[in-house]
Ligand binder design. Structure first.
Ligand code: ADP
Ligand code: MG
Length: 689
C-alpha cells in the first residue's frame, strides 16, 4: 500500500540507491545493512560527528594520517608516464616537501589551483608514500584563509563493512543533488521564531557541520510526522463504530487464579471495561513493567468480551511469545470453559483449517497468535477486542490498521513492558489512553544488583561457575558498541569461546547476525535448561522467560541507557529464587556513567528509571543515543525528543483541528511529510478506508 499513491514530487527521493553513480553489486549489501536503500535514506543518514583539521605551521609537527591545513608553495610539477598520477612537489615554510598527488587527472585543474611559486593553504590528510610525505587529492586549496580551512569540518558517518567514509560522502553528495525544494509543512510562525532553515537547506547543512538549527528542524519534521500520523489514527478511530461490550462477569467468576489482583490491576481492568462499554472503539495502552501482571489484566478484558458474546484476539510479536501466552491463558482460564486457540504462521493443513473454522463459526472465543491472526484468510465471526502485546513498541499505527477490518472496529488494548517517560509515551502512542500498572504483585524478590570493575572478570567467571554448580542458569550480555557490527560480534564470539573453554557445551551464543532458525534453536536449548549460559548481544531484550536463570552479567554496563539496562535486568528475577545482576564496568567511567549505575543498584522502579534515563542522556556516550531502535525515530535524538516533541504534538493537533482532511496547502505539504517519513498509513486513513 506504500508507494502507489506517493506524491510524484517525492519520487526522486525514493529512487533506489543502486541507481546512483558508482553503486555496483559490491556496495548494495553494505548500503542495505545500514538501511540506505533509497536516496531518501542517504539524505537522512546524518553524520555521527565531524572531523576538524588542525592548522599547522609546518609539516614536521604533523603525524601521518592526520587531517591538517598547512601553507605550501608548489615548486615542481611531475607528470608520470602512462597512467601514473600527477604530482605537485610543494614546500612548506621550513623547506620540507610534500607531494600533492592527483590520480586520473592530467593536472590542468591542479596547476590552475596551485601555480608554481605561489603560496597556498592546502587542506587534507597527510600520508606517507615511501620516503615522502604525500597528500592525495587535497580536500581544499585556497589563497588565503588557512584559519577558515582549519575550522572546516568533515562528516563522519556510521559505516558498515565494505563502505568507507569517502564512498559514503560521495554517495551522500549525490543524493543531496537529487533534493528538490519541498513545500513548507512547518507552521510559518514557528519556523520564523525558531530561525529554522528550509527542509532542503537543513539537510544540506546537517551534512556539512554541527548545525544545531538544521538538525533541530529535521528532528522536528520527524516528530511532527509521527505526531500527525498517530493523531490521524486517533481521529479516525474516534469516528468509527465499535461494539459496546457489557460483560456480566459470569465467566470471570469461574476464574480460579492463585492470587488476588493488585490494586493497579483492578483499576486497569475497570478502566478497560469502561472503555469497552462505549460505542467508540477503545484505544488504550496498558503500561506495566516486566512481571507486573499484564497477562491477568488482558485475560479479564478478553473474558469480559466473551461474556458479552464476542471474540477476542491477542497478538504477540514472536512465535515463542505467542506460545507462552497461549499456555498461560489456557492454564488460567481452565475453569471457565472458554475455547482458546493458538494460530501462528507455522500452522498448516488440517490443524489450521480447523482453527479457521472455529474462528468463523465462533466456537473459538479467544485466539492467540502472531500477525498470522490478521491475515486475509482469517475471518472471525465476531471479533470485538484485540490485545496487542507490544514488546516491540513500533508500528503501533500499522498494527492498529490491521485491526480495522470489518464493519465494526474492535476495541484495542496495547500492552507494553517498557516503562517509558511520559514524553516518549506521547511519541510512541500518540493520544492513546493509558493505564499503568504501577504496583508490583506482592512477594517479588528484589534483584541484587552490583557494580563490578571489569578487571575482576576472573572472579565473575568463577561466580558464574558456582552458580551453575548449584543448578542455576545465567545470561551473559555483550553490548554492541563499535562502529562495525562485525567487531561486536567478534567480541561476543570471543567471550563465548572463553566461557565455552571454561564451561564446555553448556554455553550457547545468540546475536543479530544468526539465522532465525539458529537463534531459535539456541534460545530453545537455553529455555529448556539444556544450555546453562546464554551469551548474547542485546537481542535478548525481546522477551524470553526462563525462571531458572537467576544470574545476569552485563559487560560494559555503563554504555547502556538505564531503560535498556532495566529491560535486560528484567529477564532475571522471574522465579521464586533470589536473583543477581552484575554490572561490569570499564575503568573510564564518567560522572553520569557513575550516576546511572548507582541508580540501577538502588532502584527497580522502571518508571523512575525511564524518567532518569531521559534526564541523563545527551552526552552521547551511550550506546545508540541516536537510531538505536529504542525510539521510533531515526533522526531525532533523546534530547530533541524531550525538547521538541511537545511542540510537534501541539502543532499536529492544531493542524488537524483546522484541516482534518489535510486539504489546505499546508495540509498538502503535511501529506508529503508523512510519506517522507513513511508514516503514510496516516494518510491512508484519510481516504476513508
Ligand atoms: P507481565 O506484566 O510481565 O506480562 P505476567 O502477566 O507474566 O507479567 O505476570 C508475571 C507473574 O506474576 C506471573 O507468574 C503471574 O501469574 C503473576 N501475577 C500476576 N498478577 C499477580 C498478583 N496480583 N499477585 C501475585 N502474582 C501475580
Ligand atoms: Mg507479558
Amino acid at each position: 500500500m506504500t508507494g502507489a499513491m506517493r506524491p510524484e514530487m517525492l519520487n526522486p527521493l525514493f529512487a533506489a540507491t543502486d541507481g546512483l553513480k558508482g553503486v555496483g553489486p559490491g556496495l548494495a549489501r553494505p548500503l542495505e545493512k545500514l538501511g540506505l536503500t533509497r536516496v531518501r535514506d542517504l539524505a537522512y543518514h546524518l553524520p555521527e560527528r565531524f572531523v576538524q583539521r588542525r592548522a599547522i605551521a609546518s609539516l614536521d609537527v604533523a603525524s601521518v594520517g592526520e587531517q591538517v591545513v598547512v601553507a605550501l608553495t608548489p615548486r615542481e610539477y611531475r607528470s608520470a608516464a602512462g597512467r601514473g598520477p600527477f604530482r605537485i612537489m610543494a614546500e612548506d615554510d621550513l623547506g620540507d616537501y610534500v607531494s600533492l598527488t592527483y590520480f586520473g587527472r592530467n593536472g590542468g585543474w591542479a596547476k590552475k589551483q596551485l601555480p608554481l611559486g605561489e603560496r597556498r593553504w592546502v587542506a587534507g590528510r597527510l600520508d606517507q608514500f615511501g620516503q615522502t610525505l604525500q597528500m592525495v587529492h587535497p580536500d581544499h586549496v585556497s589563497e588565503e584563509g588557512g584559519a577558515a580551512l582549519s575550522t572546516l569540518c568533515e562528516p563522519v558517518y556510521a559505516l558498515s563493512e565494505g563502505l568507507t567514509q569517502g564512498r559514503l560522502q560521495a554517495l551522500v553528495a549525490q543524493a543531496l543533488e537529487h533534493l528538490a525544494d519541498l513545500p513548507e509543512w512547518i507552521e510559518p510562525g514557528l519556523l520564523a521564531k525558531m530561525g529554522w532553515p528550509t527542509w532542503r537547506e537543513a539537510i544540506a547543512l546537517a551534512h556539512k557541520g554541527e548545525h544545531a538549527l538544521a538538525r533541530d528542524r529535521l528532528a522536528y519534521d520527524e516528530l511532527l510526522a509521527n505526531s500527525l500520523a498517530l493523531m490521524l489514527v486517533r481521529t479516525a478511530n474516534r469516528a468509527r463504530i465499535g461494539t459496546p461490550l457489557h460483560g456480566d462477569g459470569h465467566l470471570r467468576a469461574l476464574l480460579n487464579l492463585p492470587f488476588a489482583l493488585t490494586g493497579a490491576q483492578l483499576r486497569s481492568i475497570r478502566e478497560i471495561e469502561d472503555d469497552m462499554q462505549q460505542g467508540a472503539p477503545m484505544l488504550r495502552l496498558l503500561q506495566g513493567d516486566v512481571g507486573s501482571g499484564k497477562t491477568a489484566v488482558a485475560l479479564h478484558a478478553m473474558l469480559a468480551a466473551v461474556e458479552a458474546g464476542a471474540q477476542a484476539a491477542m497478538l504477540a510479536p514472536t512465535e515463542i511469545l505467542a506460545r507462552q501466552h497461549y499456555e498461560t491463558l489456557t492454564r488460567m482460564a481452565k475453569g471457565t470453559g472458554v475455547e482458546i486457540a493458538l494460530l501462528t504462521g507455522r500452522d498448516k493443513g488440517r490443524a489450521r483449517e480447523s482453527i479457521l473454522m472455529g474462528l468463523l463459526d465462533g466456537s473459538i472465543q479467544i485466539c492467540v497468535g502472531t500477525h498470522a491472526i490478521f491475515q486475509d484468510a482469517v475471518a472471525y465471526r465476531n471479533l470485538a477486542l484485540v490485545v496487542i502485546d507490544e514488546q516491540h513498541r513500533f508500528g503501533v499505527g500499522q498494527r492498529l490498521l490491521l485491526t480495522q477490518k470489518g464493519r465494526r472496529t474492535p476495541h484495542c488494548l496495547a500492552m507494553t513492558a517498557t516503562p517509558i517517560p511520559r514524553t516518549l509515551t506521547l511519541a510512541q502512542y500518540g493520544e492513546m489512553d493509558v493505564s499503568r500498572l504501577d504496583e508490583m504483585p506482592p512477594g517479588r524478590q528484589a534483584i541484587d544488583t552490583r557494580v563490578v570493575a571489569l578487571d575482576r572478570l576472573a572472579d565473575v567467571v568463577e561466580g558464574v561457575g558456582r552458580h551453575l554448580a548449584k543448578g542455576g542458569q545465567a545470561y551473559w550480555v555483550c553490548p554492541m558498541v563499535r562502529e562495525l557490527e562485525s567487531e561486536d560480534i567478534a567480541a561476543a564470539e570471543a567471550r563465548f569461546a572463553a566461557l565455552t573453554a571454561r564451561f564446555g557445551d553448556d554455553v550457547v551464543l545468540v546475536h543479530g547476525q544468526l539465522r532465525p532458525e539458529a537463534k531459535d534453536a539456541a534460545m530453545e536449548r537455553f529455555a529448556s535448561g539444556i544450555a546453562k549460559v546464554l551469551v548474547a548481544t542485546t537481542v535478548i531484550e525481546v522477551g524470553v522467560d526462563v525462571p531458572n536463570a537467576t544470574l545476569m552479567v552485563i559487560e560494559q554496563a555503563e554504555r547502556f541507557g538505564l531503560a535498556q539496562l532495566h529491560q535486560l535486568r528484567g529477564r532475571v528475577g522471574r522465579g521464586s529464587e533470589a536473583s543477581t545482576c552484575l554490572l561490569l564496568r570499564g575503568d573510564a567511567l564518567s560522572e553520569t556513567g557513575r550516576e546511572r549505575l548507582a541508580l540501577m543498584r538502588e532502584t527497580q522502579d522502571g518508571f523512575l528509571l525511564a524518567e532518569e534515563d531521559l534526564r541523563l542522556r545527551g552526552g552521547g556516550e551511550l550506546l545508540g543515543t541516536r537510531q538505536s531502535g529504542e525510539t521510533p525515530f531515526r533522526v531525532a535524538d533523546f534530547e530533541q525528543i524531550a525538547r521538541l516533541l511537545p511542540l510537534a504534538h501541539d502543532d499536529a493537533r492544531l493542524l488537524i483541528e483546522r484541516d482534518g482532511g489535510l486539504d489546505s496547502p499546508r495540509g498538502e505539504a503535511a501529506r508529503l511529510l508523512l510519506y517522507l517519513f513513511e508514516r503514510d498509513w496516516g494518510v491512508q486513513l484519510l481516504r476513508g478506508g
